[in-house]
Design a protein around this ligand. Structure first.
Ligand SMILES: [Zn+2]
Ligand SMILES: [Zn+2]
Length: 150
């Protein structure tokens, strides 16, 4: 956490961004969460300690964090953007029902070889594997429903 915060502070300096207490708090909240939270979820967390920070500020700050590369938006998340401050190489799988997003790593996926048809004309920034499915608890809900109707 401490090391990541230092990296973040350096990144802000590099990009000429002021290190306001709000920015640090929002980054910390995102970094401390394993849930890949939406802007709303980050706002709820921030609101507990900084009740004067508006949702708009949280939303804008998350966009700024994404712009400078301190965070990114998790792919394939539909209407509500979900943020991740863990910029180390990792992949995601998402439960399509409860929308939980989990991290996973697999060596072959960390070094994805992008075909030359793409790299020839396209500057690749990120290549990730994204898996959709049903998490354990959502699978159980499905089973329960099935036994109800039988
Ligand atoms: Zn689920
Ligand atoms: Zn992640």
């Amino acid at each position: 956490m401490k090391q990541k915060l230092d990296t973040f502070c350096n990144l802000c300096k590099e990009k000429g961004l002021k290190l306001t207490p709000q920015r640090i708090a929002i980054y910390k909240a995102l970094l401390g969460s394993k849930e890949h939270p939406s802007a709303e979820a980050v706002y709820e967390e921030i609101h507990k300690t900084l009740p004067n920070v508006s949702f708009d500020t949280v939303n804008r700050t998350l966009n700024t964090l994404t712009d400078i590369g301190a965070a990114f938006i998790v792919e394939g998340t539909g209407d509500v953007r979900r943020f991740d401050a863990d910029c180390t190489s990792h992949q995601h799988y998402k439960c399509v029902k409860c929308k939980k997003i989990f991290d996973f790593s697999l060596e072959t996926f960390e070094n994805i070889k992008v075909p030359e048809t793409i790299t020839g004309e396209f500057k690749v920034l990120r290549a990730t594997v994204y898996i959709e499915g049903l998490c354990k608890s959502c699978q159980e809900i499905k089973k329960d429903k099935r036994s109800d109707t039988m």
